[in-house]
Design a binder for this molecule. Structure first.
Ligand code: CA
Length: 221
């Protein structure tokens, strides 16, 4: 899942970016409203964390603008003070949720999970055949045996499990699992698919990760 952070306070932005990357999210950061608007229009995000007070373009105007353009991406508004009018203005501008500074990182993670859940996945566990992925603890098992994954492998598997049974192209993977630093001319996606295959399918007669020739990959139970 790919997240955009729009936050002008560099320390807070870096803190969130580091924490979210450790959780396996792909993260881009914009330090003012205009840059945030540009990135939100240019890339495909699964969620946006949007500060209310921003240089060049404030969070409310940015959110309103994105909604006007028809972008339905979930937005969490970050408000500096616990003022009721800020929360109301945030929600009225089209934000789905808000969080008040200072906040505990665990609370932000829980709100992100809740919003991604609303987007179409009803449970905290993804299940494909005998493969399970716990979105809260990040524990992955196949037939009950735990599989240890790196953050990036986890992110890739989560994306594939959310789209199980569908063809996933390399472009889709790069848009949802990697951030803007990603170089599309490398074969890093294929490398990571192979890592996952070794950990998930090796030793199993039933292969869950399939190559769809000329198109991409599919995870299928
Ligand atoms: Ca700010």
């Amino acid at each position: 899942m790919r997240i955009l952070i729009v936050e002008d306070e560099k320390k807070i932005a870096e803190f969130m970016k580091r924490g979210l990357k450790e959780e396996g999210y792909a993260v881009d950061v914009a330090y003012d409203g205009e840059e945030g608007q540009f990135l939100a229009r240019t890339n495909t995000y699964d969620l946006i964390i949007l500060d209310l007070m921003l240089p060049k373009l404030d969070g409310i105007s940015l959110c309103k603008g994105l909604r006007k353009e028809g972008l339905a991406v979930p937005v969490i508004m970050v408000t500096a003070k616990d003022a009721v009018e800020d929360k109301v203005a945030g929600l009225d501008s089209g934000a789905d949720d808000y969080i008040t500074k200072p906040f505990a990182f665990e609370e932000l993670l829980a709100r992100i999970r809740a919003l991604l859940r609303k987007k179409g996945v009803p449970a905290t566990t993804l299940l494909v055949d005998e493969l399970t992925l716990d979105l809260v603890t990040h524990k992955v098992t196949r037939r009950g045996a735990e599989i240890i994954l790196t953050a990036k492998e986890y992110a890739l598997l989560e994306y594939m499990m959310r789209n199980a049974g569908k063809v996933i192209t390399r472009t889709m993977i790069s848009e949802h699992v990697w951030d803007t630093d990603f170089d599309t001319f490398t074969n890093v996606i294929d490398v990571y698919i192979n890592y996952l295959r070794k950990k998930i399918d090796a030793g199993n007669s039933k292969k869950l990760i399939q190559t769809v020739r000329g198109r991409g990959y599919m995870l299928k139970g």
